[in-house]
Design a binder for this molecule. Structure first.
Ligand SMILES: *[C@@H]1O[C@H](CO)[C@@H](O)[C@H](O)[C@H]1NC(C)=O
Ligand SMILES: *[C@@H]1O[C@H](CO)[C@@H](O)[C@H](O)[C@H]1NC(C)=O
Length: 178
């Protein structure tokens, strides 16, 4: 009896070691075979409006409205171990108080290789507001197209597909005509 249990134990230990090795190999190989995506981000306009703060009705807060053109070929990120991509546009800048901000204002989930060529001429999907209330005296912002690659096996990886050629200034705020 004892020896049968011992053997089953041994077999399952060997099996799980084999599976671990296999999964690691899959994760590593897909990492190795993953080519780089290519793309471009062009910001066609940035407008800043002053509006009511969302949670504090009597305070003002500034909102940025960004129009952009992006193109990207993310097909190199699709291999047998790619479950899906989370693709997003981010503004990166430092505000007047010296706080570095990374704000995601557009995103898309890509599940199939056929949908991995992206060409979007669009605007914010999510509000882009400055936490300190004003964009005035912020640094110019870099706009970057980034992705998270979610694999079937292994770790989530992050990457950048494109960024604007030059950081872009925030204009002064205008009152919103409602
Ligand atoms: C943005 O892309 C669209 C479609 O590719 C193009 O028609 C338009 O001229 C572009 N806009 C700018 C400002 O480059
Ligand atoms: C914008 O990107 C450039 C080049 O990648 C970098 O040198 C600069 O520090 C960035 N600026 C901000 C505000 O992140």
């Amino acid at each position: 009896m004892h020896s049968i249990y011992a053997r089953i134990n041994n077999v399952s230990a060997t099996l799980s070691t084999t599976i671990m090795v296999l999964l690691t190999a899959i994760a590593l190989s897909s990492f190795i075979f993953t080519g780089g995506p290519t793309g471009s981000v062009e910001v066609t306009s940035v407008k800043v409006f002053s509006g009511e703060a969302r949670r504090y009705p009597h305070r003002r807060q500034e909102y940025a409205f960004v129009n952009f053109n992006i193109t990207a070929d993310l097909t190199p990120l699709f291999n047998w171990n790619t479950k899906q991509l989370f693709v997003y546009l981010e503004a990166e800048y430092t505000n007047a108080k010296g706080v570095r901000n990374e704000v995601v204002f557009w995103d898309r989930i890509v599940r199939r290789k056929e949908d991995a060529v992206i060409a979007v001429s669009g605007k914010n999907k999510y509000p882009f507001r400055e936490v300190s209330a004003k964009f005035k005296n912020s640094t110019p912002a870099n706009y970057t197209l980034k992705y998270n690659l979610m694999p079937f096996v292994g770790m989530l990886t992050y990457g950048e597909a494109a960024r604007v050629t030059e950081p872009i200034d925030f204009p002064l705020a205008r009152e919103r005509v409602e």
